[in-house]
Design a protein around this ligand. Structure first.
Ligand code: DGY
Length: 330
């Protein structure tokens, strides 16, 4: 009696919807992580070494040294739109495909960007802490007065899909004047659809009442907002980061917030997360959330499903849905 041919081996790095694992199991022998253990880089590498594919969550580093020790690997499928955990050049050289999960989280992330903007400008969490602490004993005319949102100027840095979705919310929902800065200027039709006007980064920071960062992380976007940029912002301005940790110099931001050089900030992402710069934890004028901009059940499911579509598409049918690089499919 001959043994049936074994299925290709795939790794899933974190706990995920059980039916996502079932879908993968139809095609692959799956090593999953239902207990959601935090693997260190050695444990991750050990598990990856005999796999042809890996389902990643946007933080697992895929670098040249990792690839050198994983000769069977063909695809790394992020369930996130961001892919700064991938060294794409090294992956291309090693013949390993990278995929991400664009589009499926655009509107949800834009909703959250706006939620964080509103919570920050209108001091929602700060005033809730005050109330919960039993400090609300009487009304006063200037209690927690915040910044106006409607009719103000919204500055967006990073005008990709999510940036454009935030621009539409600002322009159509809140009557905001929208200005944007991007590595390359959008074409006229897209600018018109977003009702957004292009400015240099400096002009934008000097003009905007609210600045939202949606720029992808790379070496060139590191500290897009640092000491100098914070000095360009209005003292009444709010700064929102739903992009990636490292886009903002968190230490410099904490100082600017403490010294009221800008009014407030709303952060969903941090340098070195899940650690948060200790100085940010002690300033009152910042709203802090734990990287949840895309966290709705429906969107997280769509993100995971797209990662599975990429793994199955590439490993079974030879074609991924949302590839990031070009490799020969051998
Ligand atoms: C992404 O998809 O890159 C988000 O940051 C994950 O929530």
């Amino acid at each position: 009696m001959s043994t049936p041919p074994s299925k290709p081996r795939v790794l899933v790095t974190r706990a995920i919807f059980p039916d996502v694992i079932e879908r993968l199991t139809e095609h692959f022998e799956v090593e999953s992580n239902p207990g959601d253990m935090q693997w260190d880089s050695e444990q991750f590498l050990h598990r990856l070494q005999d796999k042809v594919g890996v389902f990643t969550t946007g933080v697992e580093r895929i670098t040249a040294p990792v690839l050198a020790q994983c000769p069977a690997l063909k695809i790394c499928a992020n369930m996130t739109v961001g892919y700064n955990n991938f060294d794409l050049d090294a992956m291309t050289t090693a013949g390993v495909l990278g995929t991400n999960a664009p589009d499926v989280l655009t509107e949800t992330t834009a909703d959250f960007g706006f939620a964080l903007l509103m919570a920050t400008a209108r001091r929602v969490t700060e005033s809730e802490h005050f109330l919960r602490a039993g400090l609300w004993t009487r009304w006063s005319y200037d209690m927690f007065s915040g910044a106006e949102i409607h009719g103000t100027t919204l500055g967006i840095i990073g005008m990709g899909r999510i940036g454009q979705a935030i621009a539409r919310r600002g322009a159509l929902g809140f009557g905001m004047k929208v200005v944007y800065h991007n590595r390359s200027r959008l074409d006229g039709a897209t600018e018109a659809l977003s009702q957004a006007r292009y400015l240099s980064k400096e002009e934008l920071l000097k003009t905007a009442d609210h600045v939202v960062l949606v720029v992808p992380y790379s070496a060139s976007s590191h500290h897009t907002i640092g000491v100098q940029e914070l000095t360009w912002m209005k003292p009444t301005a709010t700064l929102i980061n739903v992009a990636r940790g490292g886009i903002v110099d968190d230490a410099a931001l904490a100082i600017a917030l403490r010294e009221k050089r800008i009014a407030a900030a709303g952060l969903d992402v941090y340098e070195g997360e899940p650690k948060v710069h200790p100085d940010l934890l002690t300033v009152p004028n910042v709203v802090l959330t734990p990287h949840i901009a895309s966290a709705t059940a429906g969107t997280r499911r769509a993100m995971a499903d797209l990662a599975v579509d990429n793994l199955v598409g590439y490993l079974v049918r030879g074609k991924a849905v949302t590839p990031l690089n070009m490799v020969a499919n051998g």
